[in-house]
Design a protein around this ligand. Structure first.
Ligand code: ADP
Length: 481
């Protein structure tokens, strides 16, 4: 089967979050299963054209403006062919989707052009058997195919329903779709254009990145205004938890960390912890529980809880290291906290891949108190690094972390600490349990062993995508455009 995998970020070329990790690893895992999967993404600033081959020119008229671009091809180090859409005016910028905390105003044009170009590529250069689209940036592809009566099977994966690509209704013509699609059954959303709806309405099958999130987004609380549509498509909606690329995220091979270790010998982890404390200018204390977190500083991630709970967390004697960038209000609050607790709290504002790895390796406890979390990757990375996660029971966190209750400990399946209520008190209670467990070395060691030996590899996940691709092809055959 030939699959065009359309995603607007992919490791190692461009990354703002988990989508890039998925688009960097899943295509390679699918190729290992024998599929011819190729990725298409924009050529952003920083993606070097050296070593790429020109493939074809693309051309579209969007909102009366003629746009020309070129598709280049390269192969990633794990053998996945990548098509890069080159259009410097649209993509050669200081950010992927925006700059300085604000989205680019012409994002509808930028991603409509991307989707039109994907069609151009499929028409002229490489025709797949299925298109796998990811998040709203690629959601117009199924709509264009439908408008052209092209029956090519389409799977649309939601990585985060909070980002829907909503634009003022006047911008609808920039979507390049026929006017009859601007209705509540199509892209119209309370007078605005909702680009993600194009993916949700016109694709043959839908998926999201955990089974729990697939259920949650069909409820009013998590549906972000699209729960009705998702309930209507419930029979076509699947949930598959993301996997881990252990070539990149495993302390036995990780080049970013100062000492390597594995489940059989954790001596290197103690060295990673001391090095992290030193790097963060915190007292180098082996016995102080070190709590780490790495995330976009967005309301989704539960940082309002962390800010509210920080005094109580510090009172447990723990050290806290936070790496993130995003909303200025959170950045400010955490900078202030860092100044208030200079010996216990360190906040690094920015995006730093190497430090993210060093925190995974050096921390004892990893914090993910998310309000919602489609899949979450860092809790899975944490397990492999022997860093016990404290998570809220939602989305992919609920599907991967088993609370250290006496019962689960007895069964040998506990791998972290889970809380339910979205309150600082519930977070503090969970951290209190984690810190108490940390102070019991035998118990801690057994939790680490369960986590480190678990297998969340993409090779396991890829098999489920194969089934989903087959289901998508069947649906397309039953319901041609
Ligand atoms: P999301 O996709 O919502 O951002 P995930 O947990 O699925 O959340 O994936 C986040 C990915 O982005 C992880 O690989 C994480 O390490 C990385 N990441 C997030 N913020 C930063 C940062 N400030 N520096 C380095 N890596 C980061």
């Amino acid at each position: 089967m030939k699959v065009l995998f359309c995603a607007c970020e992919a490791v190692p070329y461009a990354k703002t979050g988990g989508l890039a990790d998925v688009a960097g690893a899943l295509p390679a895992a699918l190729r290992r299963k024998g599929l011819d999967v190729r990725v298409m993404m924009p050529r952003y600033r920083g993606i070097n054209r050296n070593g790429l081959e020109p493939v074809q020119q693309v051309y579209s008229v969007i909102g009366g403006t003629a746009l020309e671009g070129a598709v280049w091809m390269g192969t990633s180090s794990d053998g996945v062919p990548h098509y890069f859409l080159d259009q410097p005016f649209l993509y050669d910028r200081g950010g992927l989707y925006g700059e300085g905390g604000r989205d680019f105003e012409d994002n509808l044009v930028r991603f409509a052009f991307f989707c039109q170009s994907a069609l151009g590529l499929m028409h002229k250069t490489w025709t797949p058997d299925l298109v796998h689209c990811h998040d709203w940036h690629t959601a117009l592809i199924p709509a264009y195919l439908r408008a052209h009566r092209n029956p090519l099977p389409t799977l649309f994966t939601v990585h985060n329903l909070a980002h829907q690509g909503i634009f003022p209704g006047e911008q609808f013509p920039l979507s390049c779709l026929p006017p009859e699609t601007f209705t509540p059954d199509g892209l119209e959303f309370y007078g605005n254009v909702n680009v993600m709806k194009a993916g949700l309405v016109y694709s043959h099958a839908l998926s999201t990145v955990s089974e729990t999130y697939a259920r949650e987004i069909q409820t009013e609380e998590f549906g972000a205004g699209l729960d009705g549509l998702l309930r209507a498509r419930s029979a076509d909606l699947f949930g598959i938890l993301n996997g881990v690329d252990y070539a990149l995220w495993d302390p036995s091979v990780d080049p970013h960390i100062p000492a390597r270790y594995h489940a059989g010998d954790l001596a290197g982890k103690a060295r990673c912890k001391a090095a992290l404390q030193q790097e963060m200018d915190l007292p180098v204390q082996a016995y102080a529980p070190l709590i780490g977190t790495v995330a976009r500083l967005a309301p989704q991630k539960g940082f309002d809880l962390v800010a509210a709970a920080l005094d109580a967390i510090v009172a447990t004697g723990a050290q806290v290291v936070i790496l993130g960038a995003g909303e200025p209000a959170f950045e400010e609050a955490f900078r202030a906290a860092s100044a208030r607790f200079p010996h216990q709290v360190r906040v690094i504002i920015g995006f730093d891949e190497g430090l993210a790895h060093r925190i995974e390796a050096g921390a004892d406890i990893f914090l993910m108190p998310s309000r919602f979390e489609p899949s979450g990757l860092n809790q899975l990375y944490s397990l492999r690094y022997g860093t016990q996660p404290v998570v809220r029971r939602t989305g992919g966190l609920a599907d991967s972390i088993v609370d250290a209750t006496p019962e689960n400990l007895r069964l040998g399946c506990a791998n972290g600490f889970v809380f339910d209520d979205y309150t600082p008190e519930a977070l503090v209670a969970a951290i209190g349990r984690a810190v108490a467990a940390y102070r019991d070395p035998l118990l801690w060691r057994s939790l680490q062993q369960v986590g480190m030996r678990a297998d969340f590899s993409w090779d396991r996940v890829a098999g489920r995508y194969l089934e989903l691709y087959d289901a998508t092809v069947r649906r397309a055959a039953e319901r041609p455009s």
